[in-house]
Design a protein around this ligand. Structure first.
Ligand code: ATP
Ligand code: NI
Length: 335
């Protein structure tokens, strides 16, 4: 297997009210190209921090140590028009040299989070936020080859309302991503948006193009957020608790939607959840975080059938206590 993303010795500290909070401690893991990886752990274990760090979206105040290497296809970003290229200042980060047919975007992050800001893509990062885009900085340092939100990484957050603009028609929000990153004209981008609304199974895509987020249910809004996230054909889809705010039935529908889209587009998936059983239905590998440390990492069946760490067993037991049904749909896990 080839790595899409390699994380080495990643530590992240936030400063809050004058106190340092260590969110991640020495995390090393590879995300393999085309795999479905779940990151699980209880609230505060560092799951979102890991995803945000990988996507280069950590708040500028975060102190980051370690190394993140991306292995993107050489033509990544080739279609991005110059007007939308990020404004990246020279920095201490290193750009790895090109290898034969892959581009290596390397970030070696110095002590003290000495990483430079990247301007948010207009209308993109400013809306697709969880904790406020204005604080966000790209910690993955690079030139235009650095992974770019929307183009290389699709990010789906827990609350679709926070990632969608309430006063912009849905079609325009999706079309904008396609236009920005694929260099399409507006009519082409709208056609693409309509196709995407159909692909995420929204009823009447034509009418939905002109609808506003408040006219849709929570599950439908999450479908729109997913359509926008994949509009530019990213290599990696990161879903951070993307189904947690939804009721069980809708949650299952969104999980199967994600599974289908990832398979159809050959995307790599990082699925973040506090729910080990849900994660097991989707992922081929599971990483278990606890208090910012990677306590267990392996194939889904190994984690479920023979967990090595007591904490993983606790997560499994907690689940079994609530529900006597078999924990894992083994078909789903191995598919
Ligand atoms: N912007 C921030 N400023 C200060 N502390 C933060 C910030 N973001 C996260 N933290 C802290 O870092 C730790 C890890 O948080 P993180 O959000 O990564 O956990 P999580 O596993 O995603 O939790 P949840 O399941 O609740 O989303 C927590 O102690 C959290 O309070
Ligand atoms: Ni989180």
């Amino acid at each position: 297997m080839t790595a899409l993303l390699s994380i080495r010795d990643l530590s992240v500290r936030y400063r809050q009210d004058g106190v340092d909070v260590t969110a991640l401690k020495g995390i090393s893991l590879d995300v393999e190209a085309s795999e479905r990886l779940a990151i699980i752990g209880e609230s505060g274990s560092g799951k979102s921090t890991l995803a945000l760090a990988a996507a280069g979206l950590l708040a500028g105040s975060a102190k980051i140590d370690g190394r993140i290497d991306w292995f993107l296809p050489a033509n990544a970003g080739a279609k991005a028009p110059p007007s939308v290229l990020p404004d990246i200042s020279p920095s201490r980060g290193e750009i790895g040299s090109s290898v034969a047919d892959a581009l290596l975007a390397t970030s070696k992050i110095g002590e003290g989070g000495d990483h430079k800001p990247i301007s948010p893509q207009e209308g993109e990062m400013s809306r697709r936020t969880e904790r406020g885009a204005t604080e966000r900085r790209l910690s993955v340092i690079g030139e235009i080859q650095a992974p770019l939100l929307g183009r290389d990484i699709g990010f789906v957050f827990q609350d679709p309302s926070s990632s969608l603009d309430p006063v912009m028609p849905i079609g325009e929000q999706i079309a904008e991503v396609a236009r920005t990153h694929l260099g399409l004209t507006w009519p082409e981008a709208y056609a693409k948006a309509k196709t995407l609304l159909d692909r995420v199974h929204l009823p009447d895509p034509e009418a939905t193009l002109g609808a506003y987020p408040h006219q849709l249910s929570g599950g439908q809004k999450q479908r729109v957020a997913i359509a926008a996230a994949i509009a530019a054909g990213p290599k990696l889809l990161i879903a951070d608790e993307a189904t947690s705010a939804l009721d069980t039935i809708v949650q299952a529908e969104i999980v199967s939607l994600i599974r289908r889209l990832v398979a159809e587009d050959g995307m790599t998936l990082v699925f973040i959840s506090h729910d080990i059983a849900l994660a097991a239905t989707l992922a081929s590998r599971i990483a278990v975080l606890r208090h910012g440390e990677l306590v267990e990492f392996g194939k889904t069946h190994q984690i479920i059938d023979a967990p090595r760490h007591a904490y993983t067993r606790t997560l499994l037991d907690a689940h079994l206590g609530l529900d006597a049904e078999p924990l894992l749909d083994r078909q789903g896990a191995s598919a």
